[in-house]
Design a protein around this ligand. Sequence first.
Ligand SMILES: NC(=O)C1=CN([C@@H]2O[C@H](COP(=O)(O)OP(=O)(O)OC[C@H]3O[C@@H](n4cnc5c(N)ncnc54)[C@H](O)[C@@H]3O)[C@@H](O)[C@H]2O)[C@@H](O)CC1
Ligand SMILES: Nc1ncnc2c1ncn2[C@@H]1O[C@H](COP(=O)(O)OP(=O)(O)O)[C@@H](O)[C@H]1O
Length: 450
Amino acid sequence: MRAAEQSLIDGGETVESLMDCAGKGAAEWVWRVAGGRSVTVLCGPGNNGGDGYVIARELLRRGLPVSIVAPLEPATDAARAARAAYHGPFAEMGKGGVFVDCLFGSGLGRPLSDELAALVCRLAEDHATRVAIDLPSGIESDSGQPLNDGLPDYDLTISLGAWKYAHWLMPAMQAMGERRLVDIGIGRVADAGTMIRRPHLPTPARDAHKYTRGLLAIVGGAMPGAAMLACRAAAHGGAGYIKLFADHHPQCAPDELVIDTSPLEHALADRRIAALLVGPGLTRDDAAQHRLSAVLARDLPTVLDADALVLLRPAMLAARTAPLILTPHSGELAQLFSAFGIEGEDRIGHLHELARKSGAVVAAKGPDTLVAAPDGELRIARPAPSWLSTAGTGDVLAGLIASRLANGAAPVDAAAQAIWLHGEAAHQAGPVFTPSDLVRSLAGAYAACL
Ligand SMILES: NC(=O)C1=CN([C@@H]2O[C@H](COP(=O)(O)OP(=O)(O)OC[C@H]3O[C@@H](n4cnc5c(N)ncnc54)[C@H](O)[C@@H]3O)[C@@H](O)[C@H]2O)[C@@H](O)CC1
Ligand SMILES: Nc1ncnc2c1ncn2[C@@H]1O[C@H](COP(=O)(O)OP(=O)(O)O)[C@@H](O)[C@H]1O
């Protein structure tokens, strides 16, 4: 972010002109939510505080009752200039319509003092609507961790120039309310993450047949239901042919599902297989370990989910060259970190390390979902409905990712496309859905991507 701002400055912009643009853009949002009510702007010492002075000046110009609470003097040239250009009232405290938090933004370097934390909480309590500029004060920009306890929730957070990781990471994102981005001319930031957007997915070619669209083999285990869910989801993900490799015919399999109960090594020898998925319902006994080893030895594009992630050890990947995707939830991710000797608290850094060490795309699932690739690419999902927090939705996602992979998508795209479809299907399914309901919504989600 700093490099991107610097490149604008090198191109003739000044920090003051960027701040003016950011402040005016943010003021537009504050003005809309204020609806004529009074506004109290809390200004800190840095450029986030500087934005606050610009916002207050702009709102005053538009005729709103505004006052500034400034517990610390401006400490940057741009913030001093912005304060000098503000000719409105100051106050010790504020009460009323809208609280605008410009105490600290991305420059927060340590926890708020008790006095400042109490001031933020008091102002938040005493106003009907709370708006954070760039980031709520007290939130660490890269990790999304609050550096203080008891910080307030906001109704709206206005990011300036570009999204920061904190805007899309737990626990920070749940305290931010609605999020909006104000453009200040910063383009693509090198080495930054990108948001997962609605993908454009292919319609089968006129001359397509089931094998050109991809044969996906899903290797089941002792618990058939999970693999069955993955199969049913995969059938809606674009692959042309879904096969379940199982020890025995499960009850209640859909008519269209082809089930191969021959010995696994024999079934895996089919040269037409485009991709493999193993993990849902695999269990963790010796037989499961054997099935996982057989799948990895086949060296085809593969998705590992659930129990396969718990059984995985780095040595099992030594001879592999084909693309691999891992889809851990937070518990499985912790086990993978331990298996791959990755320690500490830096979630994004560790995801990158896991992707590099395993050579796999890692789709780390949860209320915030991130996809890290071995080459350092990072993609960030917009939050999906929390109704997804029900057993079996991960099996649906694994089937979808594997289906996209079998259909020919690059591994990182397969993961991103499937995550988007999964979230969209959850939106379309409405509240209190089951994984089967979610599967039924997948065709509608796919239709939104044509
Ligand atoms: N640099 C630019 O060109 C632009 C910056 N913008 C704004 O600038 C912000 C970043 O500005 P800064 O880097 O000045 O950072 P901040 O305004 O977030 O604050 C940093 C200042 O506060 C001090 N500080 C950090 N944590 C503290 C704590 N807990 N208690 C007391 N003091 C603390 C730091 O030593 C530093 O002086 C962004 O969040 C955004 O709001 C925008 O105006 C867009 C343009
Ligand atoms: N609170 C939440 N908000 C949004 N998505 C969630 C939430 N909790 C879980 N999910 C999503 O639901 C799925 C759950 O997967 P997982 O934990 O593997 O479940 P299971 O193993 O039971 O199928 C993941 O895609 C995850 O991102």
